[in-house]
Design a protein around this ligand. Sequence first.
Ligand SMILES: [Zn+2]
Length: 376
Amino acid sequence: MSLSSNAPPSSAADAAPLHPIYAELVTQLAADLSAVTSEPALRTVHARYLGKDGEIRKRLAEALRAAPGPEKRTIGQAGNTALSRGEELFAARLNALHDAARGADLARSVDVTLPGRRTRLGGLHLLTQVRRELESIFAEIGFVVASGPQVESEFYNFEALAMPDDHPARDMQDTFYLQSPPLPGSTGGRLVLRTHTSPVQIRTMLAQPPPVRIIAPGKVYRKDDDPTHSPMFNQIEGLVVDDGVSFADLKGTLLYFARRFFGPSVDIRLRPSFFPFTEPSAEVDVTCVFCQQKGCRLCKGTGYIEILGCGMVDTAVFAHVDAERQRRGLPPAYDPENVSGFAFGMGIDRMAMLRYGVNDLRLLFAGDARFTQMFR
Ligand SMILES: [Zn+2]
């Protein structure tokens, strides 16, 4: 809003010429008025020129005193004209300031009458949701959650799991080594970003005697990068060690899991396989939930989808654990004559992809809100 929408201050000054005694004072008043931008300052200017002891009245009194008798009337009238001209200038400037303030008020970008903005609640990432679901399914049958460090020594990540330096399985887990020296007091070996969560199994068995019934979820690292492999992914592994644990227990546990996670109608099938730390070992497939085994793109026409690997814990693993327990002054507790156990492991990411039909693993890690918001 422009200040000129009201009569500009100069319009009054431009009216009939003032008596020379007052003209200069009123011109100064007009200049001072237009120089101020606040109402208090404006009123100070008013008092200085137009007040009871203001400049114009002082000039009037001086002029009256000095003037010869016949001129006193003219000078008095001219003084009153000057005063009322000054008041007009003051009123115009006051109006202009009010208009400017109102204009600024209307031009504010914040409209305080609009309803408030709702705070948007966040949600759990799909992987967190699936991990929690997996944890709770296994908790139903007595498993507790265990965790361990993502930077591991070769001992925990490989050797204790029956994968010595020259073992060919280590090539399949071509990994990320750290340049730092081994941790003080550790069993040795270089430091590595763990390639599976299995080191948590070793740590648990070193820390406690049987019975053991844990699941270990967490991030693991391998040198892979394509639509179905990422250098970092999430695994969840299970370990059960007790007196008289059998392969039937393993199969029953996995069937329970598969039906809780994929639905009560699914079945599982075990295929012989190899892992360095289990013997015998198996890959586990679940009947395809997308085509009811008629064959589809997701099961590649086979009616089955691979979901995890598993097996009975290799006695060599127990031997490594007991040797390390003895080295630490702990009593041996994992004599294969007395205990047996099974282990299994699966990708949390893969479970999420299968369950929700996500076709590119990298979507799970990209942090794109358009994707993550689909699973709120
Ligand atoms: Zn299918």
